[in-house]
Design a protein around this ligand. Structure first.
Ligand SMILES: Cc1cc2nc3c(=O)[nH]c(=O)nc-3n(C[C@H](O)[C@H](O)[C@H](O)COP(=O)(O)O)c2cc1C
Length: 373
């Protein structure tokens, strides 16, 4: 067992999951504040592999693997997370107004299934405060920063577009890419915005807001979708995204389904309300990704998320059409060496594959299937 595995079993597992998150994140930030420590930590935890260099969304990255939204909701620890080897860090979800999120307890560990259930409810400082924080940031490491935005709970559905627009205007100047999150299960009505007739005006308005706020470059815009969409709705989002000239789709957010929880024996735990993430999500997220790639191919950057635990998972997503991959839940179970180990395994897979570059591997499975058909 690794040192982190031992720490997890003996200490972290006994702490309330949200307290453990806060403590771990505080430690990461503390290390990153000390120049000599962060340099040594990054040298070990974030070694770069030339062959994994990635270009996506018009951005150059050290590799394809990032930290998904929700871990650093308020952009307080980007350097620390970059120090741990994530090639991009997606902050947020950030909403138009600050809000406390749902009442605690709102995060649950399903350790045997390597899963989490959360109903955090977009606890965050609001887009004005987060924009000010990003404006004041003096990066210690070069990394790609994605900004994920969502709707303030207290804003009625009729004001949803305006709420997203407010956040987009404030945050686009600091975003390497912007994500419209319409897929979290913990804000009532949010996922209804995935319907094409609601999504079109929302994405159009956010695109215009980003263009108003940033004139020197075009901020890439993505939409993040739920794994619970019916297949036809996945197709409809793909068509809409292509039609609007969106830059990408993140597939997927957490699920409200409870499939694949074979190992957690406590029925009260699996019945907790919220979004399920981690290993049980792997199959459906991969399926949604495949469907998207079949529909839009290389026209958009597809970002694979949901249950990615190791290099094999990441490699499968890339072969299925993901230009980028990201994760969150496995970080909790794998610890600070997660990114290092995953990158190493990914580089090894690429080396023994028939593909000369990572870019060549993107979507290779789908092409093979087509050729076989
Ligand atoms: C505790 C927690 C909080 C999350 N918060 C957000 C969020 O604020 N916005 C968002 O788009 N996704 C959020 N997510 C979803 C993740 O970004 C990711 O899409 C999902 O967990 C699937 O990936 P995973 O299985 O690797 O965790 C959250 C996930 C977890 C576990």
């Amino acid at each position: 067992m690794s040192a982190y595995g031992l720490l997890f079993r003996l200490v972290l597992r006994r702490l309330d999951p949200e307290d453990a998150h806060r403590a771990a994140f505080a430690l990461i930030r503390a290390v990153a504040r000390v120049p000599v420590l962060r340099t040594f930590a990054a040298a070990y935890l974030a070694p770069r592999h030339r062959e994994l260099r990635t270009e996506a969304l018009g951005l150059r990255m050290h590799g394809p693997f990032g930290l998904a939204a929700g871990f650093d909701k308020n952009a307080t620890g980007i350097d620390g997370l970059s120090m741990l080897g994530f090639d991009h860090v997606e902050i947020g979800t950030v909403t138009g107004q600050p809000q406390p999120g749902n009442e605690r307890t709102r995060l649950f560990r399903l350790t045997a299934d390597r899963a989490l259930i959360n109903r955090m409810g977009f606890n965050n400082d609001g887009s004005a405060a987060v924009a000010a924080r990003l404006a004041a940031r003096r990066p210690a490491f070069r990394t790609v920063v994605g900004v994920n935005i969502g709707k303030t709970k207290a804003v009625p559905e009729s004001g949803a577009v305006a709420d997203y627009v407010t956040s987009a205007e404030r945050l686009a100047p600091y975003a390497d890419y912007l994500v419209v999150n319409v897929s979290s299960p913990n804000t009532p009505g949010l996922r209804d915005l995935q319907a094409a007739d609601r999504l079109r005006p929302l994405l159009t308005a956010v695109r215009e807001a980003a263009d108003r706020a940033v004139t020197g470059r075009r901020v890439p815009l993505l939409v993040k979708i739920a794994p619970d969409l019916a297949d036809e709705d996945v197709d409809a989002v793909a068509d809409l995204a292509a039609d609007l000239g969106l830059d990408g789709i993140i597939a997927t957010n957490t699920t409200i389904a409870r499939d694949g929880l074979g190992l957690t024996s406590d029925p009260a735990l699996t019945a907790e309300t919220g979004g399920l993430s981690g290993a049980p999500l792997r199959e459906r997220s991969l399926e949604v990704l495949r469907r998207l790639y079949a529909r839009v191919g290389d026209r958009l950057t597809l970002v694979g998320a949901g249950g990615i635990t190791d290099a094999e998972d990441a490699w499968q997503r890339i072969l299925a059409g993901a230009g980028l991959v990201q994760g969150y839940t496995a970080f909790v179970y794998e610890g600070p060496l997660w990114s290092r180990t995953l990158h190493k395994g990914l580089a090894a897979r690429l080396r023994v594959s028939p593909y000369a570059t990572l870019a060549e591997a993107v979507g290779a499975d789908a092409r093979t299937r087509k050729a076989d058909a």
